[in-house]
Design a protein around this ligand. Structure first.
Ligand SMILES: Nc1ncnc2c1ncn2[C@@H]1O[C@H](COP(=O)(O)OP(=O)(O)OP(=O)(O)O)[C@@H](O)[C@H]1O
Length: 799
C-alpha cells in the first residue's frame, strides 16, 4: 500500500485530486480509496489521519489559473482598446456588439464566484475527511455548490456564444474586437468543460498550512536540483543561445515552405520560389549548426555535472560510519551512483534544453500562426483542446461501460454454462423456458450497456469528425495552398511539442525523486567521523599501545533488541599480547570493531593512553591501529598497491614493501609470479589463495607500523603448509608490538601474556594460559580439553 511518505520519496506527485464516488458521502473512506488515491484514510480521526499532501498542479488550480488568465487578458485588451476610445466611453456608450466592458465584468464576476465555490468545496472535503459521520447539512451545501458551479460556467459560455453570434452579424468589425470575443468563447468553453469534468470527482482535500511540509520539500529539492547546474552556467548559457537560434530556425521553416508552395502554383512565382528556397536552405544550415553546438554543449555540461556529482556521492558514502552499511544495501548505494545520477544529468541539462525548446516552439508557432491568420488560429485553439478533452471524456466513459458490459456478459455466460452443464436437471424439471428467459434477461442487460457504448462511440466519432471537418473546411476556405501547408506544419509542431512536454513532466518528477535520494545521501552526516574535521581532535603523540576498556556495553544499531557486550572491562598494557578466546558469537570481533571505532559503545569508555577514543583524531587512529581480520578483502589492483593501500605517502620504496612482505611470509610466493609485485590480484583478490590473501593483508598491516595490532586469526580451512606460513607470519608480526589477537589456536594463546575468555558478551575468565588451565571446571579449560580430544589446534567452538 503506497503511503504518502513513499510517494514523496519516489517523487511521484499525485496529479488528480483526491477522489471518491458520489455515494461515499455516506461512509468513511475505505480501502478502495486507498487504491484509488494512494492514501490511507480509513480511520477518520484527526489524530491518526495522515492528511496527504496534495499537489499544487491539480485540476482546480488549473481552472483558477485559466480564470485569472482570462480576466487579465480581457483587461489588457480593454486597456489597449482605450487608446482609440476612452475606457469611460466604452462604459457610458455601452453597446452589446461593440463593447468589451461587459466581457471584462462577466469575466471578473465569474472568476470571483468560481474561485469561492472551488475553495468552499475543498474546505468541505477536508472537513468531511475529519468526520466519521456524514453530515446532511454538509452534503446539501456541497450539492448546492456544485450546481452553482455548473450554472455559472454554463451561463458564461451561453453569454459568450450569444455575443459571438450577434457580433458576427455586424459588418466592419475591428479585428482585435472580433478576436477578443473569440477568445472569450474559447476560455468559457475550456472552463465549462473543466467544471463538467471536475464535478463528479471533486472531493479535493485542502492542504492545511502546517501539513505542507512534504510539498515544500519538493519545491526546495527542485530548486536545489537546478542549483546543481550552477557551476556549468557558462557552458549552459552559450548552449541556450544556440538553442534559441536553432528553435527560431525551426519555427520559421514552415513559413518559407508555405511561400515556396504558393510561389510554385502561381504562374510568375519562380523567382519567389528560388528566393525562398535559398532562404530556407540558409535557415536550415544555420539551424543544423546551432543544433549541433547546442546538443554538444548541453551533453558536455551534463557529463561534467554528473562526474562531479558522482564524486561527491562516493565521498559522502565512504565517509559514513560502518553501522550505516549494516543498514543500507550496497545495490541501493551503487544505484544512486549510477542510475539516479544519470536521471539528474538528463534532467538538469538535456531535459531543461528540451523544455525551453518545446515551450519556444509552441509560443513561436502560435505567434506565426496568429500572424498568418488570427481567426483561424483562434478556431484551432478551440477545436484542438476540445477534441483532446472530448477524447479524454470519451475514454473514461468507454472504460466504465466496457467493464459494465463485460460483467453483464459474464453473468449471462455463467447462466448458459450452468444450464448446459446441468442439462439433465433442466430436462427433468422441464425448465428450458425458464432458463431461456433468465439468459435473455442477462443478455438484455448487456445489450443495454452495449447500446450505450454504441451511442457514445457514434457521438464521439460524429463530434470529432464534425470538429475536424469544420476546422478543415475553415482552413480550406480561408487559406491558400501554401498557407494551408504552413498551418498544418505549425499545428504538427505544436502538437508534437505538447506531447514531448507531457513526457518531460514525467522525467522531471523522476528527477525530483532521484534528487531527494541523492541529497539525503549528500547531506547525511556520519555518526562517527571518518576524517579529521575539527581542531578538538587529539593526536596522542605519546601513545605507546596502552589501551583500556571500561564498562563497555554495546548493541549493534541494526539489532537494537540484543545487547552484544555487557560491562567489558580490561586493559592491554604497552607491548603486551592479549588473546581473546571464547565460543563463536560471544563478541570477540565486536571488541576489535570498537577498538577500530567502527562503532561507538552504548555506554562505558575506551581509552587510548589517557585519551577517550571518541576524542581521538580518526586519521591518527587509522595510522596507529591496524586490523587484520579473518577474511581480508583485497582490491582489484596489483599486489604492490594492495600492500601500500593504507599509506598516504607516495615515497614508499620497493624495499620497504618487500621487507613487510618478507615478515608476512609473502615475499617468496610473490616473487614466483611473472609480474612479481605488479601482479593483479583480481576482484576481491580471487586470483590468490586464502593463505596468500591473508599474508598480503598481514604485510599491509605491518607496513603501517601500527602501535596497536588487532588480529583476528583465521578459522577458515587452509592446507597445513599455508596454515604454518600464516601462523609464522602472525607470530612474527606480534613481536615487539602491542597486540590484541582473537585467537583460535592454542599455540597463539600460549604465547600471549594474558587470555580473556568472552562468552555471551561478558568476560567470564581472565588470566594466563597456565592459570586458566589449572582452574577446575573453567570454560577455557573445557575449550582446550575439547579440542585436544578432537586432535586439532582450534579452540573455537560453536555455541
Ligand atoms: N554487523 C552486525 N550487526 C548485527 N549483529 C552483529 C553484527 N556483527 C555481529 N553481530 C552479532 O553480534 C554477536 C557477536 O558477534 P562477534 O562477531 O563479535 O562474535 P565472535 O565472538 O567474534 O564470533 P566468531 O568467533 O565466530 O567470529 C553475534 O550474535 C553476531 O550475530
Amino acid at each position: 500500500m503506497p503511503s504518502n511518505d513513499r510517494e514523496t520519496q519516489n517523487g511521484d506527485v499525485p496529479i488528480i485530486d483526491l477522489t471518491t464516488n458520489e455515494h461515499d458521502d455516506q461512509r468513511p473512506l475505505l480501502s478502495d480509496d486507498v487504491q484509488q488515491t494512494g492514501f490511507n484514510l480509513s480511520t477518520p480521526n484527526v489524530d491518526t489521519i495522515r492528511v496527504p499532501s496534495i499537489t499544487r498542479y491539480r485540476l482546480t488550480n488549473v481552472l483558477r489559473s485559466v480564470l485569472l488568465i482570462e480576466f487579465l487578458t480581457l483587461l489588457i485588451i480593454w486597456f489597449i482598446g482605450s487608446m482609440t476610445h476612452t475606457l469611460i466611453d466604452d462604459i457610458i456608450h455601452y453597446q452589446f456588439t461593440t463593447s468589451i466592458f461587459d466581457l471584462v465584468c462577466v469575466s471578473l464576476c465569474k472568476m470571483i464566484l468560481l474561485v469561492i465555490l472551488l475553495t468552499e468545496l475543498e474546505t468541505f472535503s477536508i472537513a468531511r475527511l475529519y468526520q466519521a459521520d456524514s453530515n446532511q447539512a454538509f452534503i446539501l451545501i456541497r450539492y448546492l455548490c456544485k450546481i452553482l458551479l455548473f450554472l455559472i460556467a454554463m451561463s458564461s459560455l451561453a453569454f459568450a456564444i450569444v455575443k459571438l453570434v450577434f457580433v458576427l452579424q455586424k459588418s466592419n468589425l475591428e479585428k482585435l474586437y472580433l478576436s477578443t470575443v473569440y477568445l472569450f468563447v474559447v476560455f468559457s468553453s475550456i472552463e465549462f468543460i473543466g467544471v463538467i469534468l471536475m464535478i463528479p470527482y471533486l472531493k479535493l482535500i485542502k492542504l492545511l498550512e502546517q501539513q505542507k511540509s512534504s510539498v515544500q520539500k519538493k519545491k526546495v529539492d527542485l530548486k536545489r536540483l537546478f542549483s546543481l547546474a550552477k557551476s556549468e552556467r557558462l557552458l549552459m548559457s552559450v548552449a541556450i543561445v544556440f538553442l534559441l537560434i536553432s528553435t527560431i530556425t525551426q519555427v520559421v521553416q514552415p513559413y518559407f515552405f508555405g511561400k515556396i508552395i504558393d510561389g510554385a502554383i502561381t504562374s510568375d512565382g519562380m523567382s519567389v520560389v528560388n528566393r525562398n528556397v535559398i532562404i530556407l536552405f540558409i535557415v536550415n544550415c544555420v539551424g543544423a549548426a546551432a543544433s549541433a553546438i547546442r546538443s554538444w554543449l548541453f551533453e558536455l555540461s551534463g557529463q561534467r555535472l554528473v562526474c562531479r556529482l558522482r564524486q561527491s556521492i562516493l565521498d559522502s558514502i565512504v565517509k559514513q560510519e560502518v553501522g550505516f552499511f549494516d543498514d543500507t544495501r550496497t545495490g541501493e548505494l551503487t544505484n544512486r551512483l549510477s542510475s539516479d545520477t544519470q536521471v539528474l544529468q538528463n534532467a538538469v541539462t538535456v531535459n531543461i534544453s528540451m523544455l525551453v525548446r518545446f515551450l519556444l516552439q509552441i509560443i513561436g508557432s502560435l505567434v506565426v500562426m496568429f500572424y498568418l491568420e488570427v481567426t483561424l488560429t483562434l478556431v484551432l485553439m478551440v477545436v484542438v483542446p476540445l477534441i483532446i478533452l472530448i477524447a479524454k471524456l470519451y475514454g473514461s466513459i468507454v472504460q466504465k461501460l466496457r467493464k459494465q458490459f463485460q460483467d453483464e456478459l459474464a453473468a449471462a455466460g455463467t447462466t448458459a454454462e450452468e444450464s448446459i452443464s446441468n442439462i439433465r436437471t433442466v430436462r427433468i424439471f422441464g425448465a428450458e423456458n425458464r432458463i431461456s428467459n433468465h439468459y435473455s434477461d442477462n443478455l438484455l442487460k448487456s445489450y443495454g450497456v452495449g447500446k450505450k457504448l454504441a451511442w457514445n462511440s457514434g457521438a464521439f466519432m460524429g463530434l470529432v469528425s464534425f470538429l475536424t471537418a469544420g476546422g478543415i473546411a475553415i482552413v480550406l476556405w480561408k487559406l491558400t495552398t501554401g498557407l494551408f501547408t504552413s498551418f498544418l506544419m505549425y499545428m504538427l509542431q505544436v502538437a508534437l511539442a505538447f506531447a514531448f512536454l507531457a513526457s518531460l513532466f514525467t522525467d522531471f518528477m523522476q528527477a525530483v525523486g532521484a534528487s531527494e535520494r541523492i541529497f539525503d545521501l549528500l547531506d547525511r552526516q556520519p555518526k562517527i567521523p571518518a576524517t579529521s574535521n575539527s581542531q578538538s581532535c587529539i593526536k596522542p603523540m605519546d601513545f605507546d599501545g596502552h589501551v583500556r576498556l571500561e564498562k563497555v556495553c554495546f548493541t549493534y544499531p541494526t539489532r537494537s533488541d540484543q545487547r552484544v557486550l555487557h560491562d567489558i572491562t580490561f586493559e592491554i598494557k604497552s607491548g603486551q599480547k592479549i588473546a581473546l578466546v571464547g565460543p563463536s558469537g560471544g563478541g570477540k570481533s565486536t571488541i576489535a570493531s570498537l577498538l577500530e571505532r567502527f562503532y561507538d559503545p552504548d555506554s562505558g569508555t575506551i581509552y587510548f593512553g589517557s585519551n577517550p577514543l571518541k576524542s581521538i583524531d580518526p586519521k591518527w587512529l587509522r595510522e596507529n591501529v591496524s586490523f587484520v581480520n579473518q577474511e581480508p578483502s583485497l582490491f582489484a589492483c596489483s599486489i604492490r598497491d594492495n600492500i601500500t593501500f593504507g599509506l598516504d605517502r607516495i615515497d614508499i620504496t620497493l624495499d620497504e614493501i618487500q621487507e613487510a612482505a618478507k615478515q608476512a611470509n609473502a615475499h617468496d610466493f610473490i616473487e614466483k609470479f611473472e609480474n612479481k609485485y605488479d601482479t593483479l590480484v583480481g576482484e576481491r583478490g580471487v586470483r590468490l589463495s586464502g593463505g596468500q590473501r591473508q599474508r598480503i593483508a598481514i604485510a599491509r598491516a605491518l607496513l603501517m607500523s601500527p602501535k596497536l595490532l588487532l588480529l583476528d586469526e583465521a578459522t577458515s580451512a587452509l592446507d597445513a603448509e599455508s596454515e604454518h606460513l600464516v601462523q609464522e607470519a602472525i607470530e612474527r608480526a606480534m613481536i615487539d608490538r602491542t597486540v590484541l589477537v582473537i585467537a583460535h589456536r592454542l599455540s597463539t594463546v600460549r604465547n600471549s601474556n594474558s587470555v580473556i575468555v568472552i562468552d555471551h558478551g561478558t568476560i567470564v575468565e581472565q588470566g594466563t594460559h597456565d592459570f586458566l588451565i589449572s582452574k577446575d571446571d573453567g570454560i577455557y579449560k573445557k575449550l582446550v580439553l575439547r579440542q585436544l580430544m578432537a586432535g586439532n589446534d582450534s579452540i573455537t567452538t560453536d555455541e
